[in-house]
Design a protein around this ligand. Sequence first.
Ligand code: GLC
Length: 742
Amino acid sequence: MRALTICLLLASVCTGAAIVRPAAAGQDKPWLNSALSADERADLLLKDMTPSEKLSLLRGRIGFSLEGTGAPHGAIGSAGFVPGIPRLGIPSLQETDAGLGIANPLGVRPGDVATPLPSGLATAASFDPSVAYDGGAMIGRQAWRKGFNVLLAGGVNLARDPRNGRNFEYFGEDPLLAGTMDGEAIRGIQDQHVISTVKHFVLNDQETGRYYANAVIGEAAMRESDLLAFEIAIERGRPGSVMCSYNLINGSYGCGNAHLLNDVLKGDWHFPGWVMSDWGAVHDVRDAAGGLDQESAGDMRPEAGFFGKRLDAALADGTVPAARLNDMVRRILRSMFAVGLFEHPPVVSPVNYEADSAIAQRAAEEGIVLLKNSNRLLPLTGREKRIAIIGGFAENGVLSGGGSSQVLPAGGPYIANSLGGKGLAAIFRKVIYDPSSPAKAIGDHAPNAELRFADGRYPSEAVKLAAWADVVIVFAEQWMGEGLDAPDLTLPSGQDALIAAVTQGNPKTIVVLETGGPVLMPWLAQAAAVVEAWYPGVKGGEAIANVLFGAVNPSGHLPMTFPADLKQNPRPILPGSDGVFPDLPGGGAVKPFDVVYSEGSDVGYRGIAKRSLVPLFPFGYGLSYTTFGLTNLMVTGGQSLTVDFDVTNTGTVAGKAVPQVYLIAKTGAPVSRLIGFSKVALEAGQTRHVRLTADPRLVADFDAQTKNWRVQDGSYEIMVGYSAGDVALKARTSLTARTLAP
Ligand code: GLC
């Protein structure tokens, strides 16, 4: 379709003819006139809809046969489906998960594979918004070519707890970094004429008891942290839909929380799209009055289906204001027009998996973080003679995360095994290794080396092999997934002991972590080098090997703090961890439990700074095979805060620096807030100038009384460095007081 448009434009240039637009709609369907705005078109279409047609758009179903319910007619087979209205030319909503690639739940589309991106943490660790955009565009294109027009992506819940089983889907602990990367991913998706969600609104920051967890937090704290991440993502990505969350926030379920949905999202932020529920997350037909616009998976729970006849009745008897009906429908239609679902319906067509896997590989390479490199053991030269490779299924593939975001990977046979569980848990507890062998990729970089592999089950065997080798590469894995949190931050299955033993066997031991987030490293002093590869995606093996051998100079930086121990977390004991919770949402039988976010907006590094703690590795940390220098820092104040500085590659090889700008004191009080970052590619010896202007909300406080952002008059001190724990250059300036709308 786009090619056609380009030809038409060229034709007009060549012939001077007026640009030919796709045929304007006939008088019977004026809403098909793409010259009109999305709002105008939604208003026109709404006028032509019958009440039952309107109602039919407000209840989605699971897009495949659930326990013999039979797949909805017309559904491709995916997480969700909302039937269209052919009479009016309204397409069905074919909704697929998720933010890391196109899922195929339970293999409901036999043989359909897709390209798994590396984890969201890897994309965030790249600190490069173009990596997020390109990844979003790739999965959006694949969704479109597979027939989908809604991608349930855009997860941006902040990493308040390093044990959260879904941290790998999201973008870390900082609202600016997470919101920026999520917004770019959403923009990439929607540029393919596929609606993206942003999710899970809001504070779904742990999986334990997710249907019953009640996030307790002050208004200002919420606005300055989790809500700010959503606000930035929505501003940058303009998602067609917001997916509200299972949990409660200050006593009200996310999908019926009038304050968050009506006052904040639709009121303060003027969000024009629609709010869809998470799957089975509707508790009452009055959620419609609370700001919910569409029930997803209305057939997931026997007592669900609120937005069917019950909504009809509630509208009729005034339980739900009648005016809501048109507003709910209009929001859906408006997003469909705004993202181009009418003009650019998906065309099922071949996917170029090879080209798409290169995009995933780049994201992995940009997001791999070099955490330690003693005596410059890395990069390896390729002339090593004996290389021992231990653990982590490194001969077969690289780890990925579990749950609704899981992708059945293209690129060859992959390993899948189940960790057990029943019902929904069984679906989520599937472990998949993407078909990209680090061992093979390592061998390709060192063609003359003898490679020997031990699977790591027996430390004695691994130690012997380590003693034989010139260099040892141990792969350590931590599987995480939706629906459950890690009980602690140790590497499971005795891997800590394995690594400790191997380092005894050979000091030249490199540890490659394939984890869903931070882990403790009791063996850190003994390991020569440590690389965090996250879940590195469909070409993860190649990406890891390219970094180990220096074909790629690592430039990833931590998007979340690696704590020295769980006592550094505001909640050392995970709330709800002693509870037993049903697999499905349902409220009722189980009482909600509180998760008190006493740290407020001091998430991660902000709290670490406030409590003067020393983490294992700070937010923003990451080494390179070269070195960088920062000079000429200048800060300009007044109405806004602008920072200028130079960054130089002071080493001998090209590399990418990620200078970060933190506010470290505000009118005399210490704070720690990331207010800007940049990824700068530099040849050896090259210098580049960087200028960043802080989003005023990051230097402001949110005033819950007046519901405004307030920048106080006074002195502000900033630091430029390479992590939240680093202090390279400092400077002060003054800002004048100002108030900003929420
Ligand atoms: C899940 C997840 C959500 C996903 C949806 C559809 O429970 O919370 O992220 O998009 O259901 O699979």
